[in-house]
Design a protein around this ligand. Structure first.
Ligand code: ADP
Length: 462
């Protein structure tokens, strides 16, 4: 089976979020399963200015190799990609994003024929690659080379759809007849994600629960109707976690390595973390950690309402993140009021993140919605018990025997569950059992990649 993975960001070349982690890890896992896979992404300034070794294929195409022999093709175009920011800069989204990603999609399809790589499956990710299934069934439909290629679209967060004014439609090179309810039209605008959803063979999201949730009005961001119409072609596969990076027994960033067989060493990390964060050195007080974007999606709205009550409990609280200014200000105010309870770090800091995962007892992730979520997967591996709202990937991975879950999105439920967790922490023997159990959960990419292969097989047999 031959596969092309098309994504607008891929680790290690360019990253703004979880999409890049998936697009970087899934090809490696598929290669391990002996599949032939190539990747195509834009040649951003972030890529051209770094030191990746590239091989030139054409005037505007080069590639780099990842894994053993996965070619990652770069679509070059100075006008579109040689600038700061993948999708935007400090002034907001790039104004020509429609042209930029339409160019990327078209050029990627042309490239397949030029290098004579006819995939069985094109696996596209998020709106930036969604014109590939659209073009395949329109502009490229007359060319025999592209016949029988199947497409799978993975939606990483349905909140990002690629919306543009109707007036830009001619830039796509498509006939106006595709600007309709069965095509790319969405309440009078162009919706690129919707185009992908209408034209691809299979739609997938990054957890089983999220794949159901987005078919409802509450989580569908207006696209629930399209998904409902295609409900027999909608699936959910959990993202894996890269355990070569997130492993407490080899992690180079943390104070003391440990495994589920030596969890007493985990508490050395707690002590070091308390020192770093200038909190009182108390072993028996539960330490709560947060590593997150500080945004409403991540539950900051109910946390903001609950934090006063939480700070009055017998616990410590370390927060690492950046995001909405209103949450920065509110948290700074609480630090002033409760300096011995909260330690606040308003920045992106990978090293501190590793130390929070290792040194905390409880990891707080009360996301309002969560397509998959990595934080809870990481914290499980580090024996830091996740406390989550029951949604999306959190509902699929955090259970009663490895974490704390609340089912109603209110500040009262959040406070109640934090209380419950701190109470459970008092029973040391039982707590240790939970920690050991949590650390043994396995969310490796190998499992997820096997499920993707089943989906690819389903698509090719249609
Ligand atoms: P998102 O919706 O932001 O992609 P995920 O839980 O899927 O949420 O992934 C977030 C990733 O980014 C995790 O690996 C988390 O540890 C990391 N992260 C988030 N904020 C920070 C920060 N301020 N510093 C370091 N790492 C962070």
């Amino acid at each position: 089976m031959k596969i092309l993975l098309a994504a607008s960001e891929v680790v290690p070349f360019a990253k703004t979020g979880g999409l890049a982690d998936v697009a970087g890890a899934l090809p490696l896992a598929l290669e391990d399963l002996k599949k032939e896979i190539i990747v195509a992404m834009p040649y951003y300034k972030a890529v051209s200015s770094s030191k990746f070794k590239t091989v030139r294929v054409k005037k505007d195409i080069s590639y780099s190799v990842m894994g053993n022999n996965i070619k990652v093709y770069f679509i070059e175009n100075a006008k579109y990609f040689d600038r700061d920011g993948l999708y935007g800069d400090k002034d907001g989204d790039h104004k020509d994003n429609l042209e930029r990603f339409s160019y990327y999609c078209k050029r990627t399809l042309e490239l397949l024929k030029e290098i004579n790589f006819k995939p069985d499956i094109i696996h596209v990710h998020d709106w930036q690659a969604c014109l590939i299934p659209v073009y395949l069934k329109t502009l490229f439909a007359g060319d025999a080379f592209y016949k029988n290629i199947k497409t799978i679209l993975t939606i990483h967060n349905i909140g990002y759809q690629g919306l543009f004014p109707k007036e830009e439609f001619p830039k796509l090179g498509l006939d106006w007849s595709f600007f309709n309810i069965e095509g790319l039209e969405f309440y009078g605008k162009i919706n690129i994600l919707k185009g992908g959803m209408e034209f691809c063979d299979i739609i997938n999201t990054v957890s089983p629960t999220y794949s159901k949730e987005i078919q409802t009005k509450e989580f569908g961001f207006g696209l629930e109707g399209v998904l409902n119409k295609r409900r027999n072609s909608v699936f959910g596969i959990l993202n894996g976690l890269d355990y070569s990076i997130w492993n407490p027994s080899t992690d180079k960033f943390i104070a003391k390595n440990y495994s589920f067989q030596s969890i007493e060493d985990k508490y050395k990390n707690k002590e070091e973390l308390q020192k770093t964060c200038k909190l009182p050195l108390k072993k028996d007080v539960p330490l709560l950690g947060i590593v997150s974007r500080l945004a409403e999606q991540k539950g900051l709205d109910i946390l903001a309402e609950a934090i006063e009550s939480i700070c009055k409990m017998e616990l410590q609280f370390i927060i690492l993140g950046t995001g909405d200014l209103k949450y920065h200000l509110l948290l700074q105010e609480k630090v002033k009021k409760y300096p011995k309870v909260i330690s606040l770090h308003l920045k992106f800091d990978d090293v501190l993140a590793h130390n929070i995962y290792a040194g905390s007892d409880i990891f707080l992730m009360p996301s309002k919605y969560e397509p998959c979520g990595l934080g809870q997967l990481i914290s499980l591996r580090y024996g830091t018990i996740p406390l989550v709202f029951k949604t999306g990937g959190l509902a699929d991975t955090v259970k009663k025997d490895n974490g704390f879950i609340f089912g109603k999105y209110t500040k009262e439920e959040l406070i109640k569950t934090v209380k419950k967790a701190t109470k459970a922490f008092e029973d040391k023997e039982k707590w240790t059992e939970t920690v050991i159990r949590a650390m043994q959960y396995n969310f490796s990419w190998e499992e997820s990649a096997k499920k993707y292969l089943q989906l690819y097989a389903k698509a090719t047999s249609q």
